[in-house]
Write a protein that binds this ligand. Structure first.
Ligand code: NAG
Ligand code: NAG
Ligand code: NAG
Ligand code: NAG
Ligand code: NAG
Length: 289
């Protein structure tokens, strides 16, 4: 038994010759100077490409403004969101079963933490209410950083979590917070009228909500929180909130609630975006475990 046949030995030798041919001093079929030229060419080529890329990026960056988005959708109707919010827009719990609502309370505690009165006093200004807080740049001189207005947690009264640390969840009168998405430069409301939130049950659940309490009074987003100048210009901006408390709601029933923003210059939801300017969620409070 011979391990490798003669023919195989020859091919083996040819392959080895291809890697390094000692007679012609060729490596992979090329001489050292040929390899050198190729490497030099590609090196130059890639340096050129990299330079072109850097130059293009640099020119593009020069045209961007750090403080304002270059392109922004004309949002006539900003979106709205609720807190607490789980994976689904649902607040479902059993009153006597603490574990079923504890996560909502914790989520609200966490969300409202930066709204502590003491923290607001430290970071933001006391602004004159009911008018826009305009801080325009004068020409090319940037008026940055811009100050923001205080939104004290205690404005939410019964829903602030200060007096009632369970936000009414344990007594079947839960609070839900509503916020409107930030839109840079948006000036909602006209003629000194602040936009306000109203909530109602969908038709089929018409009589199940009965009474609602809104905080701040009338469920308004005060004008002083607008316009918003963007995250970089207004670093300490606190989004205004409206709290809705379900004070006499039906138990053991699904209630489909819809909250919407009312402002005479915020267009009604268009066909294109039915969810703009409103938020819908399900509320169910069980009395039996
Ligand atoms: C706000 O107050 C709560 C309790 O009073 C505290 O746990 C939380 O750390 C405070 N948050 C800030 C940002 O100071
Ligand atoms: C917010 O709370 C702080 C601390 O209690 C207080 O000094 C400030 O006047 C309050 N701001 C507003 C707008 O009510
Ligand atoms: C933001 O808040 C910090 C305190 O956390 C304060 O020192 C700073 O001046 C504030 N900046 C603006 C622009 O309001
Ligand atoms: C709430 O709305 C009513 C009726 O529109 C108005 O008379 C009242 O002044 C408002 N309250 C506040 C605090 O804005
Ligand atoms: C709650 O609603 C019921 C049914 O409409 C009513 O009879 C009751 O008086 C209401 N309770 C309060 C505290 O408003």
């Amino acid at each position: 038994m011979t391990g490798i046949g003669d023919g195989e030995k020859k091919t083996c030798g040819a392959v080895l010759d291809f890697f390094w041919n000692p007679r012609t001093h060729e490596f992979l079929g090329r001489t050292a100077s040929s390899w050198g030229l190729i490497i030099l060419f590609y090196l130059g080529f890639y340096v050129f490409l990299a330079g072109l890329f850097v130059l293009t990026m640099y020119v593009m960056m020069q045209t961007l403004d750090d403080y304002k988005p270059t392109y922004q959708d004309r949002l006539a109707t900003p979106g709205m969101m609720i807190r607490p919010k789980g994976e689904a827009l649902e607040i479902v719990y059993t009153m006597d079963h603490t574990e079923s609502w504890d996560m909502y309370v914790q989520a609200l505690d966490k969300f409202l933490s930066p709204y502590n009165d003491s923290y607001q006093a430290l970071t933001n200004d006391e602004c004159p209410p009911d008018r826009y807080y305009i801080q325009e740049d004068s020409g090319d001189v940037r008026n940055n950083p811009k100050r923001s207005c205080q939104f004290n947690r205690t404005l939410l009264e019964e829903c602030s979590g200060v007096k009632d640390r369970y936000y009414g969840y344990n007594t079947g009168k839960p609070c839900i917070l509503i916020k409107m998405n930030r839109v840079i430069g948006m000036l909602p409301g006209i003629h000194g009228q602040s936009p306000y939130v109203t909530c109602a049950a969908k038709k089929e659940d018409g009589d199940k909500i009965r009474e609602l309490a809104y905080y701040p009074p009338n469920g308004t987003f005060n004008l002083m929180y607008y316009p918003y100048y963007g995250k970089k210009a207004q670093v300490n901006y606190s989004q205004p909130l409206v709290a809705v408390k379900f004070v006499n709601v039906s138990y053991d029933a699904d209630i489909n609630v819809e909250c919407k923003i009312n402002a005479n210059n915020i267009a009604p939801p268009s066909e294109r975006d039915k969810f703009a300017g409103r938020v819908a969620f399900k509320l169910r409070i069980n009395t039996r475990v």
